[in-house]
Write a protein that binds this ligand. Sequence first.
Ligand SMILES: *Cc1c(COP(=O)(O)O)cnc(C)c1O
Length: 469
Amino acid sequence: MNNKQTLLRKLPAINIILEQDRIKQLDSHCPHVLISEAASETVQGIREAILTDENAGDKITDLDSIVDIVIEKVRQKTAPNLRKVINATGIVLHTNLGRAVLAKSAVKAINDVAANYSNLELDLTTGQRGTRYSHIEELLCRLTGAEAGMVVNNNAAAVLLVLNTLAKNKEVVVSRGQLVEIGGSFRIPEVMSQSGAVLAEVGTTNKTYLRDYESAITGDTALLLKVHTSNYKVIGFTAEASVEELVSLGTKRGIAVYEDLGSGVLVQFTKYGIPHEPTVSESIKAGVDIVTCSGDKLFGGPQAGIIVGRKNIIDKIKQNQLTRALRVDKFTLAAMEATLRLYFDEEAALAEIPTLRMIMMKPEEIKSRAENLLNLIREKAGAGVETEIIAGFSQVGGGALPEADLPTFLVSVKPLSISVNKLEQRFREMELPVLARIQKDRLLFDLRTLFDKDSEIIAINLQQIIEMG
Ligand SMILES: *Cc1c(COP(=O)(O)O)cnc(C)c1O
């Protein structure tokens, strides 16, 4: 008891902490209220530790250590909650890490409209009110071959809107093999019922034939829907109706065909040794009436839902009241336009859209980046870790191209003084967090998803973590 009283008495008063030079230096850029809050919380925390455990407060009653804790608390309180992280997982479209990283021109475009006024809804030639969709519609049409196009908040919104506009209280024929759930429990059947459309399931999980669609058509059928099962693959004893078959059936019976591509691709992946992913132009060319896809999956742009297709359908969607609720803001439009413009020159698109650049990155380039990181780590944290370069695979992620394993090189780090779980946690909790994957007792850094300057930061952080133990 005596010991506790002595320790408690040694604790500095809040105002003494606030008068310390190192704390005062914080003042100029931190709100004072957060600093005094941090000081009170720190002292209170130590007080409680002393009361519950004789030894807990032993080391931390000296002023200098308390100031350290307060400064760290202030750092945590002032750091933004949503912030940049380093992605060393090798998953290019990592849903938890914000999916697609934007091209530099897209970032600049966002900046320009964010910091200035813009002609968002003004036609500069006539001086009359314009529409926000006009900035991207022609670009979308030229790049996909569609008659008309628009973008909304995300592809989930696009699906909802198309179904609500074209099939409310009507039937939509869809294969049982395509009633998918996409990450974040977005389920096609549930979105359909939310939209007011009535689901007419046909076929079985592994086999659906054109005749199944045909016999499901009634006077109430509004759409034939094909969902690209982007996040899984049915293999083995399978059959599905092709887009062309659905289009010929739709044409014969006067029913529109809608394809939800999920991941919108504008380049032929097979040219670059990556498994085929249906492109938007292929669907349009095949005669699909309306196509939707995501802006921030393989397209590599901002979060958005891209809708392209026949003009009369797009016009109807634009007039749907729901469209207003799901509309995109000026930042998205700016980034979307800039990204679309890159696609006019495929080489520029592959070089400048990070998603495409990372997916297409050659193993030799990844290997040389891995060697660079390995050298930096050996230079800075050599003694505390065992390191080597190993071959492995990266993933596209975001529910896209599930069967594409991209050969990669990883830097493997085995910490000698702490556990690998601890190392992973410490990297994750740094001011600039680094996300990497654990394999057995090693932490693996995939060079595919790192930017050039990231390697240096990883090596420095590793050195710090190892030194602190
Ligand atoms: C990802 C995906 C969606 C949802 O797209 P978001 O842009 O994430 O809203 C819808 N349909 C399919 C087939 C998808 O793959």
